[in-house]
Design a protein around this ligand. Structure first.
Ligand SMILES: [Zn+2]
Length: 137
């Protein structure tokens, strides 16, 4: 990935530190430092991400996209104790062997069901991105 573009995205996300040093480290890491998956920027779930502490801005680890997203969930808001996916608002439904994404719309709970966890995660984050872009632009 282009270094200038990468530095801009780190800056935008509030990462603090010596970017050249960070880049050297970031560049060296080939596997997610949490789940050890081989990082591959051509696929969304295994994309290389720089994980940083959202309150201090300091670098923590190089993670795959999925681990990074899961971490953000844990930082931002509490995951329910009965959650079975590790991801906020997504849970496994053993009875129907499906994954449920649950959200609040006008104080009502809306549930959407998916065959796989990945489908549920993708739906959630596409939705979040849409909401976020509505707020920003
Ligand atoms: Zn990972």
């Amino acid at each position: 990935m282009d270094k200038t573009y990468l530095f801009q995205s780190w800056k935008k996300r509030g990462v603090i530190g010596n970017y050249d040093e960070l880049y050297e480290y970031y560049h060296l890491i080939n596997n997610c430092e949490k789940c050890d998956v081989l990082l591959n920027n051509s696929q969304q779930l295994t994309k290389k991400c720089l994980d940083h502490d959202h309150s201090t801005g300091l670098f923590r680890k190089v993670l795959c996209w999925e681990c990074n997203i899961n971490d953000q969930d844990r930082q931002g808001c509490k995951v329910r104790k009965d959650n079975t996916s590790g991801i906020k608002n997504i849970s496994y439904q053993p009875k129907t062997d499906s994954w449920c994404f649950r959200r609040q719309v006008n104080k009502k709970t809306v549930r959407k069901y998916f065959k796989s966890k990945i489908d549920a995660i993708c739906y959630k984050y596409v939705l979040l991105l849409k909401i976020k872009s509505r707020i920003l632009y």
